[in-house]
Ligand binder design. Structure first.
Ligand code: 1HE
Length: 264
């Protein structure tokens, strides 16, 4: 197990080929300050260099309470823009990096915490999780990519409701609204996220890269452009030596068959 990169805000450990990134400011409910964002950037860069997938989770009773409001109080408009653009850069390193990220969500997943979770590729919520965008109540607006990523997950109507009325969604409601793809028992989100990360880590790296980068981009394209791009990515991945070996392994019955859920 590797050493902790920066014990003050984020813990880091490598479990096999899966990096575990732990938000570690529980006394402030993992609220994200400027220094915290920089630590996330540092740790994400480390994970990219040595892991094949990563889990992001929160220490304490909550995943993340969002932007550090105390730090935000005295900022000028231009400082706010600079801060928001830096969040965009760092979260883009997660969303459009080299490896899949799985977030394990519990307790508060609010404001910038939900924006961070939305930049990961798979979200696992335990039953204690709740989702909110209280920016309207705080007199501010989302600044960590939420208007793009959260709106794409839930649809604009749902996000509009959350932001205008301060609606708090339960874990079950969050799963129904696409904020989490998995809903698990309280306390087990990190284990489930690790299991999913291991599964993703066993894929061909070129396939994972294509999935992470191409799928969201194709959704932003016109239908015909998306189909055109898909053909090229499909062909490039299928002609790699690794794909050839994996296809042969299937044909020669050297790998397990898919199984229906619940079957032996
Ligand atoms: C904070 C923050 C924070 C807690 N910034 N200090 N986010 C919010 O509007 C959510 C605000 N937080 C909460 O609603 C609650 O803290 C929680 C539901 C997350 C947790 O409640 P609880 O009862 O467990 O903790 P607490 O007593 O409210 O907070 C413990 C301490 O953490 C306390 O400080 P203390 O010095 O009195 O001990 C809180 O002040 C502190 N704390 N959350 C700063 N967010 C890029 S744009 C993104 C825009 C946003 O993210 S807006 C949403 C901000």
């Amino acid at each position: 197990m590797a050493a902790i990169a920066n014990a003050s805000y984020v813990t880091y450990e490598l479990r096999g080929s899966v990096a575990h990134i732990g938000l570690n400011r529980p006394e402030k409910r993992n609220a994200i300050s400027d220094a915290f964002v920089e630590t996330i950037a540092e740790v994400v860069a480390r994970a990219e260099g040595e892991a094949k997938a990563a889990v992001i989770y929160g220490h304490g009773n909550h995943f993340c309470a969002g932007l550090d409001l105390a730090e935000h109080v005295q900022k000028s408009a231009i400082e706010g823009v600079r801060g928001s653009r830096r969040w965009h850069e760092v979260f883009a390193k997660i969303e459009h990096g080299m490896i899949p990220y799985i977030s394990a969500l519990h307790g508060a997943v609010v404001g910038g915490g939900l924006e961070l979770a939305a930049s990961t590729h798979i979200r696992v919520a335990d039953r204690s999780a709740f989702f909110a965008l209280p920016e309207g109540q705080r007199g501010i607006f989302v600044g960590g990519g939420g208007s793009v990523r959260v709106a794409r997950l839930t649809g604009t109507a749902r996000m509009m409701d959350m932001m205008l009325t301060g609606r708090v969604l339960s874990a079950e409601e969050g799963e129904r609204c696409n904020l989490a793809q998995y809903l698990v028992d309280t306390g087990s989100a990190r284990d489930k996220a690790h299991e999913l990360a291991e599964a993703a880590a066993s894929n061909a790296e070129i396939s994972n890269y294509a999935i992470i980068h191409a799928l969201p981009r194709i959704q932003d394209m016109a239908k015909d452009d998306g189909l055109f791009v898909e053909s090229f990515i499909s062909s490039i991945t299928a002609t790699s030596p690794e794909a050839e070996e994996r296809l042969r392994a299937f044909l020669e019955k050297r790998v397990a068959r898919l199984k229906a859920p619940g079957s032996e």
